[in-house]
Design a protein around this ligand. Structure first.
Ligand SMILES: [Zn+2]
Length: 98
C-alpha cells in the first residue's frame, strides 16, 4: 500500500511503525467489551450463570479487542505520527512532508 517509509530527517529506511493507538485501542476494547458483557442482561439459571458470564466476558473482550484494534489502526494511519526512525529516533507521520 505505502512505499517504504524514509526518515525525512536522516534519510534512513530503517523505520518502524509504533502503532501506539492500535495497542491502546485493543486494551480499551477488551475492557469495554468485558464491562459491556458484565452489564448486559443475565440469561440462564443460577447454576449456569457463572459460565454464561464468563463466556459473555470473553466474547465481549474479543469483540472489543478487534474493534479497538481496527479503530486504533485508523488513528495510527491518519492522525498520529506513527513512524519512528531507528537510526536517529525521529518520529514522523506517513503523510508528513519529506
Ligand atoms: Zn532518521
Amino acid at each position: 500500500m505505502n512505499p517504504t517509509p524514509i526518515c525525512p530527517w536522516c534519510g534512513s529506511t530503517e523505520v518502524v511503525a509504533r502503532n501506539y493507538a492500535r495497542k491502546a485501542g485493543s486494551v480499551a476494547g477488551i475492557l469495554t467489551g468485558a464491562v459491556a458483557a458484565l452489564s448486559g442482561p443475565r440469561i440462564g439459571t443460577p447454576r449456569s450463570v457463572v459460565s454464561v458470564v464468563v463466556t459473555s466476558v470473553l466474547l465481549g473482550a474479543a469483540a472489543g479487542c478487534t474493534t479497538g484494534a481496527i479503530l486504533g489502526s485508523a488513528i495510527d494511519q491518519n492522525v498520529l505520527d506513527n513512524l519512528e526512525c531507528t537510526k536517529c529516533g525521529h518520529v514522523f507521520g506517513p503523510s508528513s512532508p519529506a
